[in-house]
Ligand binder design. Sequence first.
Ligand code: SF4
Length: 112
Amino acid sequence: MALMWNRTVDWDAGDWRRDAACRNTEPDLFFPVGTTGPAVEQIEAAKRVCRSCEAQDPCLDFALATNQESGVWGGTSEEERRKLRRAWLAARRSAASSAGTVGSVAPVTLRR
Ligand code: SF4
């Protein structure tokens, strides 16, 4: 059985990176080491930047679609995104099941 991956999410739509509030910040801020101690404040600082970002929704969509496991993306921490991704995958499976297709469904957008 061949494994195939087909890209069904157009994460470059709208060129959202151009609007990213983090473009002019220190990249390390968004990739704290760990999730406790000093990392807690770092994660919150990164989320504050995300809350002011016009690209928050497409950024989160990208992170979910490409399974970005590390760092703060779209205003979410790694743990928050793991939960969202489970729900996102379930929504995609449900959409594929409803459409009677597998692997060829329209993008599913999940909002927090
Ligand atoms: S939502 Fe956060 S991580 Fe995503 S582009 Fe905006 S500032 Fe950067």
